[in-house]
Design a protein around this ligand. Structure first.
Ligand code: B1M
Length: 214
């Protein structure tokens, strides 16, 4: 089994989308848990791709094909993170902030929150502060989730929180932030209510912020 996870990691790193998907399909047929596949193979593959990019061993095209291979796997895995038929615990608006096109992690967080019983309004990526504010006004969520993967776009979270405040909506929602470059202290500095380093902890934090029993 370990060999299969290593093989899957390699296929995602090389951007072999069909090969990667075939392994995921066969792992699922054997009853392997979707979260285990994501955590053991797909996320480590993306970390390796990021490291190679930093070392100039990979360039943007390699980053893109690896991301497409991961997305091709997530197409079948994501629905499995979501259990249907439960009455929503609360509504959450979620998006990747302005200027940032990374959405793989945000999609996992959204799927896990959905799986935990949240109704999710996913605004996608490159979401302007005004869009977050408009959605809070019209959809009245209890939680807003923001994701950023670039050090240059972390600042957009602060801008978004400020715009939400200026529109008089800050008291209506709890704000949860996450993404690889973020830290607990950065989240506190920009006035977010909570930070989570990964999807499982995002669910835990979301429930905690809204006072929903764990
Ligand atoms: Co880009 N990229 N990228 N990239 N990319 C990174 C982030 C980078 C770290 C790579 C590197 O240099 N090592 C680097 C950022 C450096 C920095 O800012 N410090 C980088 C760069 C530089 C860039 C470009 C600028 C490259 C260029 O054009 N020269 C460019 C920017 C485009 C833009 O956004 N404007 C760019 C583009 C891209 C692609 C489009 C090719 C592609 C994204 C495709 C997509 O998302 N649809 C891409 C990819 C794939 C990556 C890496 C390799 C992988 C990201 C990923 O999907 N990880 C990444 C390196 C890395 O992260 N190791 C890299 C897997 C994912 C499951 O993890 O997103 O961290 P992650 O999500 C986690 C947690 O962070 C957390 O939970 C998730 C699940 O556990 N989390 C939350 C995330 N959101 C949360 C929200 C929460 C709570 C938790 O609450 C609401």
């Amino acid at each position: 089994m370990e060999e299969t996870f290593v093989e899957l990691r390699g296929k995602v790193i090389r951007g072999d989308r069909d090969g990667a998907r075939a392994i995921v399909d066969s792992l699922l047929e054997k009853g392997t848990d979707a979260q285990k596949i994501i955590g053991t193979s797909l996320i480590p593959a993306m970390d390796t791709v990021g490291e190679k990019f930093e070392k100039n061993e990979f360039f943007l095209p390699e980053l893109l094909v690896a991301a497409r291979a991961m997305e091709n796997c997530m197409e079948v895995l994501q629905p499995l993170l979501v259990k249907g038929g439960v009455k929503p615990l609360a509504t959450a608006v979620i998006g990747t902030v302005k200027g940032d096109l990374h959405d793989i992690g945000k999609n996992i967080v959204a799927a896990m929150l959905k799986g935990a019983g949240f109704e999710i309004i996913d605004l996608g990526k490159d979401v302007a502060p005004e869009k977050f504010a408009a959605e809070i006004k019209s959809r009245k969520p209890s939680l807003v989730g923001m994701s950023a993967l670039l050090t240059t776009t972390m600042r957009a979270m602060k801008d978004t929180i400020e715009v939400i405040g200026k529109k008089g909506l800050r008291g209506d929602v709890k704000i949860l932030v996450g993404g690889a470059p973020l830290t607990e202290s950065y989240a506190a500095d920009i006035g977010a209510d909570g930070y989570a380093p990964d999807a499982a902890q995002a669910v835990r934090k979301a429930r905690e912020l809204l006072g929903i029993a764990q």
